[in-house]
Design a protein around this ligand. Structure first.
Ligand code: ATP
Ligand code: MG
Length: 586
Protein backbone atom coordinates (compact mmCIF):
# COMPACT_ATOMS: atom_id res chain seq x y z
CA UNK A 1 0.00 0.00 0.00
CA UNK A 2 3.02 2.26 -0.31
CA UNK A 3 2.06 3.81 -3.60
CA UNK A 4 -1.36 4.84 -2.36
CA UNK A 5 0.21 6.89 0.40
CA UNK A 6 0.84 9.59 -2.15
CA UNK A 7 -2.93 10.16 -2.14
CA UNK A 8 -2.92 11.05 1.54
CA UNK A 9 -2.42 14.70 0.72
CA UNK A 10 -5.73 14.68 -1.12
CA UNK A 11 -7.51 12.77 1.62
CA UNK A 12 -6.16 15.40 4.00
CA UNK A 13 -7.36 18.17 1.71
CA UNK A 14 -10.92 16.85 1.87
CA UNK A 15 -10.73 15.72 5.49
CA UNK A 16 -13.78 17.77 6.51
CA UNK A 17 -16.08 16.06 4.05
CA UNK A 18 -14.59 12.66 4.76
CA UNK A 19 -15.09 13.10 8.50
CA UNK A 20 -18.71 14.06 7.87
CA UNK A 21 -19.00 10.93 5.73
CA UNK A 22 -17.65 8.84 8.57
CA UNK A 23 -20.21 10.22 11.04
CA UNK A 24 -23.01 9.67 8.56
CA UNK A 25 -21.88 6.10 7.88
CA UNK A 26 -21.85 5.26 11.56
CA UNK A 27 -25.33 6.77 11.85
CA UNK A 28 -26.60 4.69 8.94
CA UNK A 29 -25.26 1.46 10.45
CA UNK A 30 -26.57 2.16 13.94
CA UNK A 31 -30.06 2.63 12.55
CA UNK A 32 -29.71 -0.53 10.48
CA UNK A 33 -28.89 -2.56 13.58
CA UNK A 34 -32.14 -1.57 15.26
CA UNK A 35 -34.13 -3.92 13.04
CA UNK A 36 -32.76 -7.24 14.40
CA UNK A 37 -33.29 -5.96 17.94
CA UNK A 38 -36.88 -5.00 17.25
CA UNK A 39 -37.50 -8.36 15.64
CA UNK A 40 -36.08 -10.11 18.72
CA UNK A 41 -38.44 -8.12 20.89
CA UNK A 42 -41.37 -9.04 18.65
CA UNK A 43 -40.45 -12.75 18.67
CA UNK A 44 -40.05 -12.62 22.43
CA UNK A 45 -43.49 -11.05 22.81
CA UNK A 46 -45.04 -13.87 20.82
CA UNK A 47 -43.12 -16.43 22.88
CA UNK A 48 -44.25 -14.79 26.11
CA UNK A 49 -47.87 -14.92 24.96
CA UNK A 50 -47.53 -18.62 24.02
CA UNK A 51 -45.94 -19.34 27.40
CA UNK A 52 -48.77 -17.45 29.10
CA UNK A 53 -46.55 -14.64 30.43
CA UNK A 54 -48.69 -12.11 28.53
CA UNK A 55 -52.38 -12.60 29.14
CA UNK A 56 -54.13 -10.71 26.35
CA UNK A 57 -53.54 -11.04 22.61
CA UNK A 58 -54.18 -7.35 21.87
CA UNK A 59 -51.20 -6.41 24.05
CA UNK A 60 -49.02 -8.58 21.77
CA UNK A 61 -50.67 -7.07 18.69
CA UNK A 62 -49.99 -3.53 19.92
CA UNK A 63 -46.38 -4.44 20.64
CA UNK A 64 -45.93 -5.93 17.19
CA UNK A 65 -47.50 -2.90 15.47
CA UNK A 66 -45.33 -0.52 17.41
CA UNK A 67 -42.22 -2.51 16.51
CA UNK A 68 -43.19 -2.53 12.85
CA UNK A 69 -43.54 1.24 12.98
CA UNK A 70 -40.11 1.55 14.57
CA UNK A 71 -38.56 -0.82 12.04
CA UNK A 72 -39.95 1.26 9.17
CA UNK A 73 -38.66 4.42 10.84
CA UNK A 74 -35.18 2.98 11.44
CA UNK A 75 -35.01 1.68 7.86
CA UNK A 76 -35.98 5.10 6.53
CA UNK A 77 -33.38 6.84 8.66
CA UNK A 78 -30.76 4.32 7.59
CA UNK A 79 -31.71 4.87 3.93
CA UNK A 80 -31.40 8.65 4.21
CA UNK A 81 -28.03 8.32 5.89
CA UNK A 82 -26.87 5.87 3.23
CA UNK A 83 -27.84 8.39 0.55
CA UNK A 84 -25.86 11.11 2.33
CA UNK A 85 -22.93 8.73 2.72
CA UNK A 86 -22.70 8.31 -1.05
CA UNK A 87 -23.01 12.04 -1.45
CA UNK A 88 -19.95 12.65 0.67
CA UNK A 89 -17.59 9.81 -0.28
CA UNK A 90 -18.34 9.57 -3.98
CA UNK A 91 -18.28 13.34 -4.43
CA UNK A 92 -14.88 13.51 -2.71
CA UNK A 93 -13.58 10.79 -5.02
CA UNK A 94 -14.58 12.85 -8.05
CA UNK A 95 -12.76 15.89 -6.62
CA UNK A 96 -9.65 13.81 -6.05
CA UNK A 97 -9.89 12.35 -9.55
CA UNK A 98 -9.98 15.89 -10.92
CA UNK A 99 -7.01 16.99 -8.81
CA UNK A 100 -4.97 13.94 -9.73
CA UNK A 101 -5.64 14.31 -13.46
CA UNK A 102 -4.50 17.91 -13.27
CA UNK A 103 -1.40 16.91 -11.35
CA UNK A 104 -0.48 14.27 -13.93
CA UNK A 105 -1.21 16.60 -16.85
CA UNK A 106 0.90 19.42 -15.42
CA UNK A 107 3.71 16.96 -14.85
CA UNK A 108 3.46 15.70 -18.44
CA UNK A 109 3.74 19.28 -19.66
CA UNK A 110 6.78 19.94 -17.50
CA UNK A 111 8.72 16.89 -18.54
CA UNK A 112 11.39 17.27 -21.18
CA UNK A 113 11.41 15.89 -24.69
CA UNK A 114 13.50 12.87 -23.75
CA UNK A 115 10.60 11.65 -21.59
CA UNK A 116 8.34 11.65 -24.64
CA UNK A 117 11.00 9.78 -26.59
CA UNK A 118 11.12 7.07 -23.94
CA UNK A 119 7.38 6.70 -23.41
CA UNK A 120 4.64 6.20 -25.88
CA UNK A 121 1.47 8.20 -26.29
CA UNK A 122 -0.86 5.26 -25.62
CA UNK A 123 0.87 4.66 -22.32
CA UNK A 124 0.68 8.33 -21.33
CA UNK A 125 -3.02 8.42 -22.17
CA UNK A 126 -3.66 5.23 -20.30
CA UNK A 127 -2.08 6.46 -17.11
CA UNK A 128 -3.98 9.71 -17.08
CA UNK A 129 -7.34 8.11 -17.84
CA UNK A 130 -7.56 4.39 -16.96
CA UNK A 131 -5.15 4.44 -14.07
CA UNK A 132 -6.60 7.57 -12.55
CA UNK A 133 -10.09 6.10 -12.68
CA UNK A 134 -8.82 2.93 -10.96
CA UNK A 135 -7.38 5.13 -8.25
CA UNK A 136 -10.70 6.93 -7.93
CA UNK A 137 -12.29 3.60 -7.09
CA UNK A 138 -10.00 3.49 -4.08
CA UNK A 139 -10.74 6.94 -2.72
CA UNK A 140 -14.44 6.57 -3.59
CA UNK A 141 -16.28 3.25 -3.42
CA UNK A 142 -13.49 1.30 -1.74
CA UNK A 143 -13.12 3.82 1.04
CA UNK A 144 -16.87 4.18 1.42
CA UNK A 145 -17.61 0.46 1.55
CA UNK A 146 -14.56 -0.06 3.71
CA UNK A 147 -15.78 2.41 6.29
CA UNK A 148 -19.26 0.99 6.00
CA UNK A 149 -18.08 -2.58 6.53
CA UNK A 150 -15.86 -1.65 9.40
CA UNK A 151 -18.54 0.33 11.22
CA UNK A 152 -21.08 -2.40 10.61
CA UNK A 153 -18.70 -4.97 12.07
CA UNK A 154 -17.98 -2.90 15.12
CA UNK A 155 -21.62 -2.03 15.73
CA UNK A 156 -22.97 -5.54 15.07
CA UNK A 157 -20.32 -7.30 17.11
CA UNK A 158 -20.81 -4.84 19.93
CA UNK A 159 -24.51 -5.70 20.09
CA UNK A 160 -23.82 -9.41 19.69
CA UNK A 161 -21.32 -9.50 22.54
CA UNK A 162 -23.67 -7.46 24.68
CA UNK A 163 -26.54 -9.89 24.09
CA UNK A 164 -24.70 -13.24 24.25
CA UNK A 165 -20.88 -13.40 24.41
CA UNK A 166 -20.50 -17.19 24.10
CA UNK A 167 -22.83 -17.45 21.13
CA UNK A 168 -20.93 -14.59 19.47
CA UNK A 169 -17.74 -16.62 19.71
CA UNK A 170 -19.33 -19.63 18.00
CA UNK A 171 -20.77 -17.38 15.31
CA UNK A 172 -17.42 -15.85 14.50
CA UNK A 173 -15.50 -19.17 14.16
CA UNK A 174 -15.37 -19.01 10.32
CA UNK A 175 -14.05 -15.44 10.27
CA UNK A 176 -10.29 -16.07 10.73
CA UNK A 177 -10.43 -18.58 7.86
CA UNK A 178 -12.24 -15.92 5.90
CA UNK A 179 -9.54 -13.31 6.47
CA UNK A 180 -6.83 -15.73 5.46
CA UNK A 181 -8.65 -16.62 2.24
CA UNK A 182 -9.18 -12.94 1.47
CA UNK A 183 -5.51 -12.22 1.94
CA UNK A 184 -4.41 -15.07 -0.31
CA UNK A 185 -6.85 -14.19 -3.05
CA UNK A 186 -6.06 -10.50 -2.99
CA UNK A 187 -2.36 -11.14 -3.53
CA UNK A 188 -3.25 -13.13 -6.63
CA UNK A 189 -5.59 -10.38 -7.79
CA UNK A 190 -2.97 -7.71 -7.32
CA UNK A 191 -0.47 -9.51 -9.49
CA UNK A 192 -2.96 -10.07 -12.24
CA UNK A 193 -4.38 -6.57 -12.27
CA UNK A 194 -0.94 -5.00 -12.47
CA UNK A 195 -0.24 -7.18 -15.46
CA UNK A 196 -3.52 -6.18 -17.08
CA UNK A 197 -2.83 -2.48 -16.64
CA UNK A 198 0.59 -2.86 -18.19
CA UNK A 199 -0.84 -4.77 -21.09
CA UNK A 200 -3.65 -2.29 -21.61
CA UNK A 201 -1.08 0.47 -22.12
CA UNK A 202 0.55 -1.67 -24.74
CA UNK A 203 -2.76 -2.30 -26.47
CA UNK A 204 -3.69 1.37 -26.37
CA UNK A 205 -0.38 2.40 -27.87
CA UNK A 206 -0.83 -0.08 -30.69
CA UNK A 207 -4.38 1.12 -31.39
CA UNK A 208 -3.43 4.78 -31.24
CA UNK A 209 -0.50 4.32 -33.60
CA UNK A 210 -2.58 2.39 -36.07
CA UNK A 211 -5.04 5.30 -36.21
CA UNK A 212 -2.31 7.91 -36.62
CA UNK A 213 -0.66 5.88 -39.32
CA UNK A 214 -3.86 4.90 -41.09
CA UNK A 215 -2.78 6.49 -44.39
CA UNK A 216 0.43 4.44 -44.45
CA UNK A 217 -1.36 1.26 -43.40
CA UNK A 218 -3.98 1.62 -46.12
CA UNK A 219 -1.58 2.57 -48.85
CA UNK A 220 0.63 -0.41 -48.07
CA UNK A 221 -2.43 -2.65 -48.11
CA UNK A 222 -1.52 -4.18 -44.78
CA UNK A 223 -4.88 -3.78 -43.08
CA UNK A 224 -5.11 -7.52 -42.59
CA UNK A 225 -1.77 -7.73 -40.90
CA UNK A 226 -2.78 -4.97 -38.51
CA UNK A 227 -6.12 -6.60 -37.86
CA UNK A 228 -4.48 -9.93 -37.08
CA UNK A 229 -1.99 -8.28 -34.76
CA UNK A 230 -4.76 -6.41 -33.01
CA UNK A 231 -6.76 -9.58 -32.64
CA UNK A 232 -3.75 -11.30 -31.10
CA UNK A 233 -3.23 -8.47 -28.64
CA UNK A 234 -6.94 -8.35 -27.79
CA UNK A 235 -6.91 -12.07 -27.24
CA UNK A 236 -4.00 -11.81 -24.90
CA UNK A 237 -5.75 -9.00 -23.06
CA UNK A 238 -8.93 -11.04 -22.87
CA UNK A 239 -7.07 -14.02 -21.43
CA UNK A 240 -5.44 -11.89 -18.78
CA UNK A 241 -8.84 -10.47 -17.84
CA UNK A 242 -10.41 -13.91 -17.77
CA UNK A 243 -7.61 -15.06 -15.46
CA UNK A 244 -8.38 -12.20 -13.13
CA UNK A 245 -12.11 -12.86 -13.31
CA UNK A 246 -11.50 -16.48 -12.30
CA UNK A 247 -9.77 -15.48 -9.10
CA UNK A 248 -12.36 -12.83 -8.41
CA UNK A 249 -15.13 -15.35 -9.02
CA UNK A 250 -13.89 -17.48 -6.13
CA UNK A 251 -14.40 -14.63 -3.72
CA UNK A 252 -18.15 -14.32 -3.48
CA UNK A 253 -19.08 -18.02 -3.23
CA UNK A 254 -16.38 -18.49 -0.63
CA UNK A 255 -17.82 -15.70 1.48
CA UNK A 256 -21.35 -17.08 1.14
CA UNK A 257 -20.13 -20.54 2.12
CA UNK A 258 -18.35 -19.36 5.22
CA UNK A 259 -21.24 -17.12 6.26
CA UNK A 260 -23.53 -20.12 5.69
CA UNK A 261 -21.49 -21.99 8.32
CA UNK A 262 -22.00 -19.11 10.71
CA UNK A 263 -25.77 -19.48 10.24
CA UNK A 264 -25.59 -23.19 11.01
CA UNK A 265 -23.49 -22.52 14.11
CA UNK A 266 -26.01 -19.97 15.36
CA UNK A 267 -28.90 -22.39 14.96
CA UNK A 268 -27.08 -25.38 16.45
CA UNK A 269 -25.23 -23.78 19.35
CA UNK A 270 -27.96 -21.20 19.95
CA UNK A 271 -30.59 -23.96 20.04
CA UNK A 272 -28.49 -26.00 22.46
CA UNK A 273 -27.97 -23.04 24.76
CA UNK A 274 -31.67 -22.25 24.71
CA UNK A 275 -32.53 -25.83 25.65
CA UNK A 276 -29.94 -25.74 28.41
CA UNK A 277 -31.48 -22.51 29.64
CA UNK A 278 -28.34 -20.45 29.02
CA UNK A 279 -30.35 -18.25 26.67
CA UNK A 280 -33.66 -16.92 27.86
CA UNK A 281 -35.56 -16.42 24.61
CA UNK A 282 -35.75 -17.81 21.08
CA UNK A 283 -35.82 -14.20 19.94
CA UNK A 284 -32.09 -13.96 20.54
CA UNK A 285 -31.38 -16.72 18.02
CA UNK A 286 -33.53 -14.90 15.46
CA UNK A 287 -31.63 -11.66 16.21
CA UNK A 288 -28.29 -13.42 15.71
CA UNK A 289 -29.38 -14.97 12.45
CA UNK A 290 -30.29 -11.51 11.19
CA UNK A 291 -26.93 -10.14 12.33
CA UNK A 292 -25.01 -12.87 10.58
CA UNK A 293 -26.91 -12.20 7.38
CA UNK A 294 -26.33 -8.48 7.76
CA UNK A 295 -22.64 -9.33 7.75
CA UNK A 296 -22.84 -11.42 4.56
CA UNK A 297 -22.70 -8.56 2.10
CA UNK A 298 -20.01 -6.58 3.93
CA UNK A 299 -17.83 -9.64 4.35
CA UNK A 300 -18.26 -10.51 0.71
CA UNK A 301 -17.49 -6.93 -0.18
CA UNK A 302 -14.22 -7.15 1.73
CA UNK A 303 -12.97 -9.20 -1.19
CA UNK A 304 -14.29 -6.68 -3.65
CA UNK A 305 -12.85 -3.78 -1.70
CA UNK A 306 -9.48 -5.50 -1.46
CA UNK A 307 -9.39 -6.10 -5.17
CA UNK A 308 -10.32 -2.45 -5.80
CA UNK A 309 -7.53 -1.33 -3.51
CA UNK A 310 -5.07 -3.72 -5.13
CA UNK A 311 -5.90 -2.38 -8.56
CA UNK A 312 -5.67 1.19 -7.34
CA UNK A 313 -2.31 0.35 -5.82
CA UNK A 314 -1.04 -1.05 -9.12
CA UNK A 315 -2.35 2.00 -10.97
CA UNK A 316 -1.03 4.53 -8.50
CA UNK A 317 2.37 2.93 -8.74
CA UNK A 318 2.31 3.54 -12.49
CA UNK A 319 1.16 7.12 -11.96
CA UNK A 320 3.84 7.74 -9.35
CA UNK A 321 6.47 6.43 -11.72
CA UNK A 322 5.71 9.39 -13.98
CA UNK A 323 5.06 11.87 -11.20
CA UNK A 324 8.49 11.21 -9.75
CA UNK A 325 10.24 11.86 -13.07
CA UNK A 326 12.35 14.98 -12.92
CA UNK A 327 12.34 17.21 -15.98
CA UNK A 328 15.84 17.02 -17.42
CA UNK A 329 15.82 20.65 -18.40
CA UNK A 330 15.66 22.67 -15.24
CA UNK A 331 14.82 26.29 -14.96
CA UNK A 332 17.52 27.75 -12.74
CA UNK A 333 16.85 31.41 -13.21
CA UNK A 334 13.97 33.29 -11.62
CA UNK A 335 11.46 35.12 -13.76
CA UNK A 336 12.94 38.37 -14.89
CA UNK A 337 11.75 41.14 -17.08
CA UNK A 338 15.16 41.17 -18.74
CA UNK A 339 14.61 40.59 -22.42
CA UNK A 340 16.76 38.62 -24.78
CA UNK A 341 18.60 40.53 -27.48
CA UNK A 342 19.51 37.64 -29.72
CA UNK A 343 23.25 37.06 -29.82
CA UNK A 344 24.01 33.35 -30.06
CA UNK A 345 27.36 31.72 -29.53
CA UNK A 346 28.37 28.05 -29.53
CA UNK A 347 31.70 27.32 -27.85
CA UNK A 348 33.13 23.88 -28.61
CA UNK A 349 29.75 22.26 -28.24
CA UNK A 350 29.49 18.48 -28.35
CA UNK A 351 26.23 16.66 -27.94
CA UNK A 352 25.27 13.01 -27.63
CA UNK A 353 21.68 11.77 -27.63
CA UNK A 354 21.48 9.75 -24.47
CA UNK A 355 19.05 7.08 -25.57
CA UNK A 356 20.79 6.22 -28.84
CA UNK A 357 24.32 7.25 -27.94
CA UNK A 358 24.52 8.97 -31.30
CA UNK A 359 27.07 11.76 -31.26
CA UNK A 360 25.15 14.45 -33.10
CA UNK A 361 27.57 17.37 -32.66
CA UNK A 362 31.33 17.39 -32.24
CA UNK A 363 33.20 20.47 -31.15
CA UNK A 364 30.97 22.97 -32.90
CA UNK A 365 31.76 26.68 -32.48
CA UNK A 366 30.17 29.69 -34.13
CA UNK A 367 28.81 33.09 -33.28
CA UNK A 368 25.77 34.91 -34.62
CA UNK A 369 25.52 38.57 -33.74
CA UNK A 370 22.22 40.20 -32.96
CA UNK A 371 20.33 40.90 -36.17
CA UNK A 372 22.44 38.57 -38.30
CA UNK A 373 21.47 35.48 -40.19
CA UNK A 374 23.24 32.15 -39.91
CA UNK A 375 22.57 29.44 -42.47
CA UNK A 376 23.30 25.83 -41.64
CA UNK A 377 23.65 23.27 -44.39
CA UNK A 378 24.87 19.73 -44.64
CA UNK A 379 23.86 16.21 -45.45
CA UNK A 380 20.96 14.52 -43.77
CA UNK A 381 21.71 13.43 -40.21
CA UNK A 382 24.65 15.83 -39.92
CA UNK A 383 23.26 17.55 -36.83
CA UNK A 384 21.47 20.61 -38.18
CA UNK A 385 18.19 20.13 -36.32
CA UNK A 386 20.14 19.29 -33.21
CA UNK A 387 21.73 22.76 -33.22
CA UNK A 388 18.29 24.41 -33.31
CA UNK A 389 16.98 22.17 -30.55
CA UNK A 390 19.94 23.12 -28.40
CA UNK A 391 19.28 26.82 -28.98
CA UNK A 392 15.69 26.24 -27.80
CA UNK A 393 17.18 24.34 -24.85
CA UNK A 394 15.13 21.28 -25.58
CA UNK A 395 18.27 19.45 -24.47
CA UNK A 396 21.30 20.49 -22.45
CA UNK A 397 24.75 20.14 -24.00
CA UNK A 398 27.25 17.55 -22.77
CA UNK A 399 30.41 19.53 -23.50
CA UNK A 400 31.21 23.12 -24.30
CA UNK A 401 28.70 25.85 -23.79
CA UNK A 402 26.04 27.88 -25.49
CA UNK A 403 25.92 31.59 -24.77
CA UNK A 404 22.92 33.77 -25.46
CA UNK A 405 23.70 37.49 -25.19
CA UNK A 406 27.01 36.39 -23.68
CA UNK A 407 25.35 34.47 -20.84
CA UNK A 408 25.35 30.68 -20.48
CA UNK A 409 21.99 29.42 -21.73
CA UNK A 410 21.38 27.50 -18.48
CA UNK A 411 21.42 30.77 -16.56
CA UNK A 412 18.59 32.29 -18.55
CA UNK A 413 15.02 31.98 -17.48
CA UNK A 414 13.62 29.16 -19.59
CA UNK A 415 10.30 30.84 -20.30
CA UNK A 416 11.93 34.15 -21.13
CA UNK A 417 14.21 32.37 -23.58
CA UNK A 418 11.48 30.41 -25.27
CA UNK A 419 9.22 33.44 -25.46
CA UNK A 420 11.83 35.12 -27.62
CA UNK A 421 12.19 32.15 -29.95
CA UNK A 422 10.17 31.68 -33.10
CA UNK A 423 10.90 28.04 -33.80
CA UNK A 424 9.61 26.39 -36.96
CA UNK A 425 10.35 22.69 -36.59
CA UNK A 426 11.23 20.43 -39.47
CA UNK A 427 7.98 18.51 -39.42
CA UNK A 428 5.37 21.21 -39.06
CA UNK A 429 2.78 20.12 -36.53
CA UNK A 430 -0.56 21.86 -36.70
CA UNK A 431 -3.36 21.37 -34.19
CA UNK A 432 -6.74 20.17 -35.35
CA UNK A 433 -8.46 23.51 -35.03
CA UNK A 434 -8.95 26.48 -37.37
CA UNK A 435 -6.10 28.06 -39.30
CA UNK A 436 -6.70 31.25 -37.32
CA UNK A 437 -6.24 29.43 -34.01
CA UNK A 438 -3.14 27.71 -35.30
CA UNK A 439 -1.50 31.01 -36.19
CA UNK A 440 -2.78 32.68 -33.03
CA UNK A 441 -1.15 29.90 -31.05
CA UNK A 442 2.07 31.91 -31.23
CA UNK A 443 0.47 34.96 -29.65
CA UNK A 444 -2.65 34.59 -27.56
CA UNK A 445 -3.76 38.22 -27.81
CA UNK A 446 -3.19 38.59 -31.56
CA UNK A 447 -5.63 40.79 -33.45
CA UNK A 448 -7.14 39.84 -36.79
CA UNK A 449 -4.69 42.24 -38.40
CA UNK A 450 -1.71 40.56 -36.72
CA UNK A 451 -2.91 37.19 -37.99
CA UNK A 452 -3.36 38.38 -41.57
CA UNK A 453 0.00 40.16 -41.52
CA UNK A 454 1.77 37.07 -40.28
CA UNK A 455 0.09 34.98 -42.96
CA UNK A 456 1.04 37.52 -45.62
CA UNK A 457 4.66 37.56 -44.49
CA UNK A 458 4.70 33.78 -44.61
CA UNK A 459 3.22 34.02 -48.14
CA UNK A 460 0.26 31.83 -47.23
CA UNK A 461 -2.50 34.45 -46.98
CA UNK A 462 -3.52 34.04 -50.64
CA UNK A 463 -3.87 30.30 -50.18
CA UNK A 464 -5.95 30.70 -47.04
CA UNK A 465 -8.50 33.07 -48.50
CA UNK A 466 -9.06 30.65 -51.35
CA UNK A 467 -10.58 28.16 -48.90
CA UNK A 468 -14.36 28.46 -48.50
CA UNK A 469 -14.06 29.27 -44.86
CA UNK A 470 -10.82 31.22 -45.10
CA UNK A 471 -9.13 31.56 -41.74
CA UNK A 472 -11.90 29.53 -40.11
CA UNK A 473 -10.96 26.45 -42.11
CA UNK A 474 -10.53 23.60 -39.68
CA UNK A 475 -7.40 21.49 -40.06
CA UNK A 476 -6.50 17.99 -39.12
CA UNK A 477 -8.57 14.99 -38.20
CA UNK A 478 -11.93 16.65 -38.58
CA UNK A 479 -11.03 19.17 -41.24
CA UNK A 480 -9.02 19.57 -44.37
CA UNK A 481 -5.45 18.51 -44.87
CA UNK A 482 -3.10 21.24 -46.02
CA UNK A 483 -0.44 20.52 -48.60
CA UNK A 484 3.09 20.10 -47.28
CA UNK A 485 4.09 23.59 -48.37
CA UNK A 486 0.95 25.22 -46.96
CA UNK A 487 1.54 23.51 -43.64
CA UNK A 488 5.10 24.77 -43.54
CA UNK A 489 4.02 28.31 -44.24
CA UNK A 490 1.21 28.28 -41.65
CA UNK A 491 3.75 27.12 -39.13
CA UNK A 492 6.07 29.97 -40.18
CA UNK A 493 3.19 32.41 -39.66
CA UNK A 494 2.69 30.93 -36.21
CA UNK A 495 6.34 31.56 -35.37
CA UNK A 496 6.64 35.10 -36.68
CA UNK A 497 3.39 36.41 -35.22
CA UNK A 498 5.17 36.38 -31.84
CA UNK A 499 7.61 38.89 -33.21
CA UNK A 500 10.46 37.02 -31.53
CA UNK A 501 14.07 38.20 -31.23
CA UNK A 502 15.39 34.92 -32.59
CA UNK A 503 13.86 32.92 -35.44
CA UNK A 504 14.84 29.31 -36.00
CA UNK A 505 13.81 27.82 -39.34
CA UNK A 506 14.42 24.11 -39.64
CA UNK A 507 14.29 23.27 -43.30
CA UNK A 508 10.82 24.72 -43.24
CA UNK A 509 10.70 25.74 -46.86
CA UNK A 510 11.67 22.37 -48.27
CA UNK A 511 8.17 21.84 -49.66
CA UNK A 512 7.96 25.32 -51.16
CA UNK A 513 9.15 26.24 -54.65
CA UNK A 514 12.22 28.47 -54.94
CA UNK A 515 10.25 31.53 -56.03
CA UNK A 516 7.95 31.44 -53.02
CA UNK A 517 10.99 30.77 -50.90
CA UNK A 518 12.63 33.91 -52.16
CA UNK A 519 9.41 35.90 -51.62
CA UNK A 520 9.24 34.73 -48.02
CA UNK A 521 12.88 35.56 -47.34
CA UNK A 522 12.47 39.03 -48.80
CA UNK A 523 9.49 39.72 -46.58
CA UNK A 524 11.20 38.28 -43.55
CA UNK A 525 14.25 40.40 -44.16
CA UNK A 526 12.08 43.48 -44.11
CA UNK A 527 10.23 42.68 -40.91
CA UNK A 528 13.14 41.15 -39.06
CA UNK A 529 16.10 43.30 -39.97
CA UNK A 530 17.17 43.57 -36.32
CA UNK A 531 16.32 39.97 -35.44
CA UNK A 532 18.66 37.04 -35.32
CA UNK A 533 17.82 34.14 -37.64
CA UNK A 534 19.20 30.66 -37.91
CA UNK A 535 18.08 28.96 -41.08
CA UNK A 536 18.60 25.30 -41.80
CA UNK A 537 18.23 24.37 -45.43
CA UNK A 538 19.22 21.93 -48.11
CA UNK A 539 19.10 24.68 -50.70
CA UNK A 540 21.88 27.12 -51.42
CA UNK A 541 19.23 29.64 -52.47
CA UNK A 542 18.06 29.88 -48.83
CA UNK A 543 21.58 30.29 -47.57
CA UNK A 544 23.23 32.63 -49.99
CA UNK A 545 22.04 35.85 -48.37
CA UNK A 546 23.02 34.82 -44.88
CA UNK A 547 25.81 36.66 -43.06
CA UNK A 548 27.48 33.39 -42.31
CA UNK A 549 27.08 29.87 -43.60
CA UNK A 550 28.25 26.70 -41.93
CA UNK A 551 28.36 23.29 -43.55
CA UNK A 552 28.08 20.35 -41.20
CA UNK A 553 29.29 16.84 -41.78
CA UNK A 554 28.67 14.14 -39.22
CA UNK A 555 28.36 16.70 -36.47
CA UNK A 556 31.51 18.66 -37.34
CA UNK A 557 31.84 21.96 -39.17
CA UNK A 558 33.26 21.11 -42.57
CA UNK A 559 33.25 24.55 -44.18
CA UNK A 560 32.20 28.00 -43.11
CA UNK A 561 32.13 31.52 -44.39
CA UNK A 562 29.96 33.83 -46.47
CA UNK A 563 28.44 32.83 -49.76
CA UNK A 564 31.26 34.37 -51.79
CA UNK A 565 33.96 33.06 -49.49
CA UNK A 566 32.63 29.55 -49.80
CA UNK A 567 32.35 29.81 -53.57
CA UNK A 568 35.91 30.98 -53.74
CA UNK A 569 37.11 28.18 -51.52
CA UNK A 570 35.43 25.54 -53.59
CA UNK A 571 34.04 22.46 -51.88
CA UNK A 572 30.72 21.05 -50.72
CA UNK A 573 28.95 24.41 -50.89
CA UNK A 574 30.26 25.38 -54.27
CA UNK A 575 29.34 22.01 -55.78
CA UNK A 576 25.89 22.18 -54.31
CA UNK A 577 25.34 25.74 -55.44
CA UNK A 578 26.38 25.02 -59.00
CA UNK A 579 24.29 21.88 -59.15
CA UNK A 580 21.19 23.64 -57.86
CA UNK A 581 21.78 26.59 -60.14
CA UNK A 582 21.93 24.40 -63.22
CA UNK A 583 18.79 22.52 -62.07
CA UNK A 584 16.96 25.79 -61.82
CA UNK A 585 18.07 26.94 -65.26
CA UNK A 586 17.30 23.70 -67.03
N1 ATP B 1 15.77 12.65 -30.44
C1 ATP B 1 16.81 11.96 -30.87
N2 ATP B 1 17.23 10.89 -30.18
C2 ATP B 1 18.29 10.19 -30.61
N3 ATP B 1 19.00 10.45 -31.69
C3 ATP B 1 18.63 11.50 -32.43
C4 ATP B 1 17.52 12.31 -32.05
N4 ATP B 1 17.37 13.27 -32.98
C5 ATP B 1 18.36 13.09 -33.87
N5 ATP B 1 19.12 12.04 -33.56
C6 ATP B 1 20.31 11.58 -34.28
O1 ATP B 1 21.26 12.62 -34.28
C7 ATP B 1 21.88 12.78 -35.55
C8 ATP B 1 21.70 14.20 -36.05
O2 ATP B 1 20.33 14.40 -36.29
P1 ATP B 1 19.69 15.78 -36.80
O3 ATP B 1 18.23 15.64 -36.70
O4 ATP B 1 20.32 16.89 -36.07
O5 ATP B 1 20.14 15.78 -38.31
P2 ATP B 1 19.79 16.83 -39.44
O6 ATP B 1 21.06 17.38 -39.91
O7 ATP B 1 18.75 17.76 -38.99
O8 ATP B 1 19.21 15.88 -40.58
P3 ATP B 1 18.07 16.21 -41.66
O9 ATP B 1 18.70 17.01 -42.72
O10 ATP B 1 17.71 14.86 -42.19
O11 ATP B 1 16.97 16.88 -40.96
C9 ATP B 1 21.24 11.73 -36.44
O12 ATP B 1 22.14 10.67 -36.54
C10 ATP B 1 19.99 11.30 -35.72
O13 ATP B 1 19.75 9.95 -35.93
MG1 MG C 1 16.84 17.98 -39.40
Amino acid sequence: MKALQSLNKYLYKYRGRLFLGLIITIGARVFAVFTPQLIRKSTNAIEDYVNGDIARVDIVKDKLLMNIGLIVGAALASAIFTFLMRQTFIVVSRYIEYDLKNEVYTQYQNLSLDFYKRNRTGDLMNRISEDVSKVRMYVGPALMYGVQTLTLFVVVIYFMVKAAPTLTLYTLIPFPILSFAIYKLSVAINKRSAEIQRFLSHLNTYTQESFSGIAVIKSYGILNRFNTNFEQLSNESKEKNVNLAKVEAIFFPLMVLLIGFSNLFVIYFGGMQYIEGKIENVGLIVEFLLYVNMLTWPVASVGWITSMIQRAEASQERINEFLSEEPRIKNHAPDTSESILGEIEFKNVSFTYEDTNIVALKDVSFKVNKGETLAIMGKTGSGKSTILELIGRLYDVNQGEILIDGKPIENLNLNALREQLGYVPQDAFLFSSSIRDNIKFGKADATEEDIINAAKNAAVHDNIIEFNKGYDTVLGERGITLSGGQKQRVSIARAIIKDPQIVLFDDCLSAVDTETEEEIFNKLNKISSNKTSVVVSHRASSAKNANHIIILEEGRILEEGTHSELLEKGGYYKDLYNKQLSEKES
